[in-house]
Write a protein that binds this ligand. Structure first.
Ligand code: SF4
Ligand code: SF4
Length: 223
């Protein structure tokens, strides 16, 4: 899932300081799963904004809305009525959401209420870790199913750097596993250490950000 974290309320208050009425828009997708942008968080943020502005003697009207997915234009449509007399939208979806809302309402200010951080998974309750950088050409089959692109601090493809120590990465002061240690252990378990005997070669980075903004087309789904 896409992992995102809340921006500080003070930052959001600064973004909307000149407005009298805003819509706080959440999303029931990834950001609900990582507890940063679902229905509950919409309610909390809306209350915080109202309260802070009340204390400042400058009341703010906040409309709450949470859609199925902000990354699907059809789910943004219901905002049409809600934004009619609003001054701005604060989106607490991943950063696709505010960009879709901005595209739909050319004359309405839109602000991100979250920082989109990475594609990750839950390690334990309240802890999320990065597993994928969306490089566009998944190669983990060659690495025991583990990703050196996202999980090595240097995206190394041919084994650990000199900073790996005791299975830990030199980045993170011993708190991050060296993914190359894990890859080695995994391939050893699988009896596939021979996979490490030859240089891996070149990765095609044009499918990653190096190739510019990406588009995925599934012709069979298009009408
Ligand atoms: S190789 Fe690329 S697509 Fe596969 S997990 Fe790593 S970053 Fe993600
Ligand atoms: S210690 Fe391991 S994970 Fe960290 S940068 Fe070096 S090879 Fe990558």
């Amino acid at each position: 899932m896409v992992v995102a974290e809340s921006k500080p309320v003070t930052e959001i208050l600064e973004m909307i300081k000149e407005f009298k009425k805003v819509v706080v828009a959440g999303c029931k997708g990834c950001v609900t799963v990582c507890n940063s942008g679902g229905e509950k968080e919409v309610g909390i943020l809306a209350s915080e904004l109202r309260l802070a502005r009340k204390v400042a003697g400058n009341d703010l009207e906040v409309v709450e809305y949470t859609c199925e997915r902000q990354c699907d234009p059809e789910y943004i449509e219901p905002l049409d009525d809600l934004v009619k007399d609003a001054d701005a939208v604060v989106s607490i979806a991943c950063s696709v959401g505010p960009q879709y809302i901005a595209a739909r309402y050319p004359f309405l200010p839109v602000f991100p209420g979250l920082n989109t951080v990475f594609i990750g998974g839950a390690a334990e309750h309240g802890v999320w870790k990065e597993y994928c950088q969306a490089c566009g050409q998944c190669i983990i089959g060659d690495f025991g199913g583990l990703c050196p692109v996202a999980r090595c601090a240097k995206s190394l493809m041919n084994g650990p750097c000199g900073g790996s120590s005791g299975g830990k990465c030199e980045v993170g002061k011993g708190t991050i596993d060296c993914i190359w240690h894990l890859i080695y252990e995994r391939l050893k378990n699988l009896g596939q250490l021979s996979k490490l005997e030859n240089p891996w070669g070149f990765k095609n980075w044009s499918t990653s950000r190096d190739g510019g903004p990406r588009t995925m087309i599934r012709e069979e789904l298009r009408k």
